[in-house]
Write a protein that binds this ligand. Structure first.
Ligand SMILES: [Fe+2]
Length: 338
């Protein structure tokens, strides 16, 4: 095709603002791995390989051997089912609604206890999908090399490192709420509440070497939020259940607003420099997996300023300037209960 012909093709990026995780039409890639099925939704982005997002769905009895990573962060949400886990030598059973956060050198192994266990994965600094693709290529094209010790030594460099299966597998499991790496639904480092919303800080920035902090939010019907400042970085939400109206004010496809109704098990992925509004149509539970903001520092500092020097943030312009120092771009937040 000639350049002049290419120029006639309308612009497209294939970016999806809304990704329904249970709909094959929204899957980016899909691998059938035997004991498991992997569906990729977002590939790693930026120099720190943030936001890589996938599902792995397991048959009952599938095992992931005990291992650690020398680099990168794994955050798993158990969306459905239960999982027999050993993390850093502690045996426990993780249940639906738990979030398991694993920094480097945290050893972990799993046995999936129920058919159809859904394990939702957020990775930083790992490029898991790239690794799986490479593994599949070795399987498809270089099978004999797997018998070659030198090849395997080269191939394994920098990848996950198998660890000795710990005796703890045979111990009685401790309660999952007792395990530091397992964040049960009640767990929060801190909570912030306001009209129509309740926030729980699940994972702090210090737990991801500054990559991101992870919040859980319960939002009440009638809450409306506007993000009408062109922010850097991706805003990324994982809606567990509920119903939202998302309006992206100016999309790559058209210079006019596009509206989406977002329901259960859906990712909202807003690229940099986009403005948008969210209206909560039914009570909604979601995770904020977005990257750049320092929301905890912002809310803490805002509380202090409101208490000790409220004039600093009394008018809206001053308040917004204050919030933007922390890369927080919610410009309006109102709750109108029925
Ligand atoms: Fe792992």
């Amino acid at each position: 095709m000639k350049l002049t012909e290419m120029e006639k093709i309308p612009n497209f990026t294939n970016h999806r603002y809304v990704i329904r995780m249970m709909d094959p039409a929204d899957w980016l890639r899909h691998y059938n791995e035997g004991g498991e099925v992997v569906n990729d939704f977002i590939l790693p982005r930026g120099p720190r390989q943030q936001d890589e997002f996938s599902d792995t769905v397991y048959h009952a009895g599938t095992e992931v051997g005990y291992h650690w990573h020398e680099k990168g962060f794994e955050t798993f949400e158990i969306a459905k089912g239960s999982v027999d886990c050993v993390v850093n030598g502690v045996h426990f059973v993780a249940k639906a609604g738990d979030l398991i956060h694993l920094p480097p050198f945290t050893a972990h192994g799993f046995v999936f206890l129920e058919e159809d266990t859904i394990w939702r994965e957020l990775f930083q600094e790992i490029d898991m999908s790239g690794g799986i693709l490479e593994k599949n290529m070795v399987n498809d094209y270089y099978e004999p090399c797997k018998e070659d010790a030198d090849f395997m030594k080269m191939y394994r460099t920098g990848k996950l490192v198998a660890r000795q299966k710990p005796a703890a597998w045979n111990d009685a499991p401790v309660d999952h709420s007792q395990v530091f790496q397992c964040r049960t639904p009640d767990f929060a480092w801190v909570r912030h509440e306001g009209p129509g919303y309740a926030l729980q800080l699940k994972i702090c920035k210090f737990e991801t070497a500054g990559c991101k902090e992870i919040w859980h939010a319960d939002l009440k019907k009638g809450l409306k939020a506007a993000f009408d400042y062109p922010h850097k970085g991706y805003d990324l939400y994982y809606v567990q259940h509920g119903k939202l109206k998302l309006t992206v004010c100016h999309t790559h496809a058209e210079a006019k607003p596009q509206t989406f109704i977002v329901e259960d098990e859906t990712i909202i992925d807003i690229p940099p420099y986009h403005t948008y509004t969210v209206e909560v149509l039914e009570d909604t539970a979601l995770y904020n997996y977005g990257g750049y903001h320092d929301l905890q520092a912002c809310l803490e500092d805002l509380r202090a300023v409101k208490e000790n020097d409220p004039a600093q943030v009394e008018n809206k312009e001053d308040l917004l300037r204050f919030l933007r120092k922390y890369q927080v771009y919610a410009t309006d937040l109102v709750w109108q209960p029925e």
